[in-house]
Write a protein that binds this ligand. Structure first.
Ligand code: GAR
Length: 189
């Protein structure tokens, strides 16, 4: 069985979608979810779904090897950042080469980097008057949103689309494609 460990910081709709997609899968399982937000809605979803979840604070993540040690025990085949908002420390990137992927809610290299996450991305896309946006699934290195791109998917934006409508379109794209891309990576590895 190949093992996925998910990282998330917020609502966790991608986490729920990924957990649901792989529940009952014959070769792939979600081992657990890790979060840096004690009050994140993703923890409620994990309770409802019966998925083990662990919380760590930023100090524990950045200044100690504890999360790395936990990950080494979990022996993940893939670490998936599904709405995780902290930068991954270099020792963690180095410990899992080619095994950490992220989803970004825009067409990188546009609208990436520090401060570009969640709604901030969609506000920027709207204010630039873009006619399309999308999602980028990429490998993680020690810089925000700069690792090699695995897949991108696009969606059109109408002039009258609000930021909330753009957010919904991007979420729909994420839910449609992310689990399948994860599955492809794991079945090819
Ligand atoms: C997703 O849109 C994801 O692409 C984004 O956070 C959202 C989490 O939604 N990630 C980033 O912005 C990372 N830079 P969710 O909690 O409902 O899955």
């Amino acid at each position: 069985m190949k093992r996925i460990v998910l990282f998330a910081s917020g609502s966790g709709s991608n986490v729920e979608n990924i957990v649901t997609y792989f529940s009952g899968h014959s070769n792939i399982t979600v081992s657990c979810v890790l979060t840096n937000k004690r009050d994140a809605h993703v923890l409620d979803r994990c309770n409802r779904l019966g998925v083990p979840a662990f919380y760590f604070n930023k100090a524990g993540f950045v200044n100690t090897p504890l999360v790395l040690q936990l990950l080494k025990c979990l022996e993940p085949d893939l670490i998936v950042l599904a709405g995780f908002l902290l930068k991954i420390p270099p020792d963690l990137v180095n410990a899992f080469p080619g095994k950490i992927i992220n989803i970004h809610p825009a067409l990188l290299p546009k609208y990436g980097g520090k401060g570009m996450y969640g709604k901030h991305v969609h506000i920027a896309v709207k204010s630039e008057g873009e006619s399309e946006t999308g999602i980028t699934i990429h490998y993680v290195n020690e810089h925000y949103d700069e690792g090699a791109i695995i897949k991108q998917f696009k969606v059109e934006i109408a002039k009258e689309d609000t930021v909330d409508q753009i957010t919904a379109k991007v979420h729909a794209l994420e839910h449609r494609h992310f689990p399948q891309v994860i599955e492809d990576i794991l079945l090819e590895s």
